[in-house]
Design a protein around this ligand. Structure first.
Ligand code: NAD
Ligand code: WQD
Length: 339
């Protein structure tokens, strides 16, 4: 039997991808150290799929633990989500970010090579475009980083490119996600941030459910239609489907490709707040606050390459995103904590 291994499979995007893979008939291994997740997410994935996956508690920096998995199971491909992702924290704790993200990826690739597993789907990010000069952003746009988190993603992209240059029989896709939001439509799995959310959608959801007083909108003087920041929000279920397409692509293709996963449409912070209130019929009190350091005005994808290469495009609407985010938050006000 062949398995797809998901590093970070218990996390927000990993759990949705695990569900999509199980539903498509894949055998799935989740390899996660639960530093930012819990096994509850995987239990719910199994319930939703009506089938089990293999759950392994381990750290991608632990070569022996990874080797044990590859020895025991025949792994055909790896989808590599594991890593740390909070921009602010990365500025305060750069070594943790380089260790988990960069060193962890190098260790993973070393073990994969040892077991002759050379298909890898990597979670990159639109953050590698830095403050892009023009939007929509194509994959060929210049890359730069403004914080250690972004730097770690950029370094990994370079490392994986060098690996393919040296060993052309690898097949690697660098999936550059834009802003993932939403949840499975069951409301059973979703994003469960620790502490105060950094990202917009979980913050809006927590305000709506009464856990926080009001949203601070970081700046209304950007050169955008309403002055608030514009982003390419993408439904996590669409994102998960993109990983299936990337795995299928790697069945017949070698080499390395960077591919944007976004909708191609930008929405402002105010668009998001208004859509959330309208669709879910809940109040989202907000105040205008100063700009957040490091934020950019506008960021959205040119999504054409994903369509051409993978046959993938985002299908969910803005209303789906805010409805599904709210279903998850309102059914699980404390996330997975009490499950
Ligand atoms: P997440 O934190 O929910 O998931 C990451 C998972 O990796 C967690 O379950 C965590 O416990 C695990 N993990 C972390 N370090 C590990 C290690 N050393 N060994 C084993 N497991 C480890 O985050 P997510 O939102 O699901 O993001 C998944 C990936 O996508 C990350 O690499 C992230 O950088 C990238 N990404 C996320 C976003 C976003 O906004 N959510 C955007 C672009 C890219
Ligand atoms: C979106 C918009 C904020 C919170 C980050 C990472 C990026 C990627 C995705 C991983 C911006 C505004 C936010 C709030 C607000 N992650 N906002 N009030 O900054 O586009 O991207 O997550 O790769 O690397 O940098 O996402 O959700 O933080 O912000 O007004 O309380 O919402 O200013 O315009 P961002 P975000």
């Amino acid at each position: 039997m062949q398995y797809v291994m998901l590093t970070g499979g218990a996390g927000y995007i990993g759990s949705h991808t695990a569900l999509a893979l199980l539903r498509a008939g894949y055998q799935v291994i989740s390899f996660d150290n639960y530093s930012n997740s819990s096994t509850a997410a995987l239990q719910r994935v199994e319930q939703l799929a009506g089938t089990d996956l293999i759950r392994i508690s381990g750290d991608i920096r632990d070569e022996a633990a990874l080797s044990a998995v590859f020895r025991q199971y025949q792994v055909s491909a790896v989808v590599h989500f594991a890593g740390l992702k909070a921009v602010g924290e990365s500025v305060a704790m750069p070594l943790s970010y380089y260790d988990n993200n960069v060193a962890g990826t190098v260790t993973l690739c070393r073990v994969m090579r040892e077991f002759n597993v050379k298909k890898l789907v990597f979670s990159s990010s639109a953050t590698v475009y830095g403050d892009a000069k023009t939007v929509p952003i194509a994959e060929t746009a210049p890359r730069s980083a403004t914080n250690p988190y972004g730097q770690s993603k950029l370094m990994i992209e370079h490392i994986l490119q060098d690996l393919v240059n040296a060993e052309p029989d690898w097949g690697i896709t660098l999936l550059r996600y834009f802003n993932p939001v939403g949840a499975d439509s069951s409301g059973q799995i979703g994003e469960d941030p620790n502490g105060i959310p950094n990202n917009l959608m979980p913050f809006i959801s927590q305000v709506a459910v009464g856990k926080r007083d009001k949203l601070s909108i970081f700046g209304n003087d950007y050169p955008t239609p309403d002055g608030t920041g514009v982003r390419d929000y993408i439904h996590v279920v669409d994102l998960a489907a993109g990983h299936l397409k990337a795995l299928q692509y790697l069945e017949t293709n070698q080499g390395i490709e960077a591919i944007n996963l976004g909708t191609g449409t930008g929405y402002s912070v105010l668009d998001m707040v208004k859509a959330f209130s309208r669709v879910n019929n809940v109040e989202v009190p907000y105040q205008i606050a100063p700009r957040r350091p490091g934020d950019i005005a506008s960021c959205y994808a040119m999504p054409d390459k994903a369509r051409k290469l993978l046959g993938w495009q985002a299908e969910k609407t803005l209303d789906d995103m805010v409805r599904d985010s709210w279903r998850w938050q309102s059914q699980n006000p404390d996330g997975y904590t009490n499950s």
